[in-house]
Design a protein around this ligand. Structure first.
Ligand SMILES: CC(C)(COP(=O)(O)OP(=O)(O)OC[C@H]1O[C@@H](n2cnc3c(N)ncnc32)[C@H](O)[C@@H]1OP(=O)(O)O)[C@@H](O)C(=O)NCCC(=O)NCCS
Length: 206
């Protein structure tokens, strides 16, 4: 069931992950199938994590740092590597990934929170990322969205994504957010397992 089916078709055609619906000045989450560029529409689920005071004490990790605007190209390469071959991949190219990351950083999914978004920086490439935005949902005010979580294939199952999401949760809690929301493709088993492990729970439509 949709939370708010309200966007023009062109903005529904999100390539990696149809998780956010946008209309001018407004971003909403939807768990309803939307039009995809290729292939059948797929189910989505909304999940939410209650942020607790304990999140604010997330441990430091040496290679972990916040995102900066110049990370755009490296984030795009990471995105392509991480998503290629998954249920959310529809044949996108590096150029597509560059546009997706660029629009994420510039606010297409809500104001990008650089200080709540983290990467594992391997020196020459980024190994993992947790990208967070803040969107205004009207009556509910500012809400935090986990827009992308991704780990390069050769670094997966090393705990990077879990660590970075915990860092994002801690940073968000420190800024006063009480919930972190996301939308996941129903068939994305690794992501769903990760989120369950982190304590995300299904939420009903608004
Ligand atoms: C989902 C993804 C981000 C996980 O990244 P990761 O760094 O490998 O995750 P972690 O190592 O932190 O895993 C933490 C826990 O999540 C679960 N998990 C992660 N990957 C899993 C997989 N492939 N299968 C089953 N469970 C998995 C496990 O419970 C894991 O703990 P464990 O290794 O001790 O069993 C990564 O597979 C990815 O980039 N996928 C493509 C992009 C994507 O789908 N992003 C999410 C969109 S909603």
């Amino acid at each position: 069931m949709a939370t708010d089916a309200c966007l023009p078709v062109d903005t529904a055609c999100r390539w990696f992950y149809n998780r956010v619906m946008i209309e001018p000045g407004r971003v909403t989450l939807s768990d309803e199938d939307t039009i995809t560029r290729s292939g059948p529409a797929r189910g989505r689920e909304r999940l939410s994590l209650e942020l607790s005071v304990a999140d604010a004490a997330a441990p430091e990790s040496p290679a972990c740092r916040t995102v900066v605007p110049s990370d755009r190209d490296a984030l795009a390469r990471l995105m392509l590597d991480a998503y290629r071959g998954t249920v959310d991949y529809n044949g996108e190219t590096l150029d597509d990934a560059l546009k997706e990351v660029g629009s994420t950083l510039s606010g297409s999914y809500g104001r990008f929170l650089f200080d709540c978004s983290f990467v594992v920086d391997g020196g020459t490439e980024l190994s993992s990322a947790s990208l967070v935005t803040s969107f205004n949902s009207g009556e509910s005010g500012e809400r935090a969205l986990l827009a992308f979580v991704m780990t390069a294939k050769r670094h997966q199952r090393q705990g990077m994504a879990a660590t970075l999401v915990r860092h994002s949760a801690a940073a968000l809690r420190g800024k006063g957010y009480t919930r972190l929301e996301l939308v996941v493709t129903t068939d994305n088993a690794p992501a769903k397992q990760l989120y369950a492990r982190l304590g995300f729970r299904p939420v009903q439509a608004d």
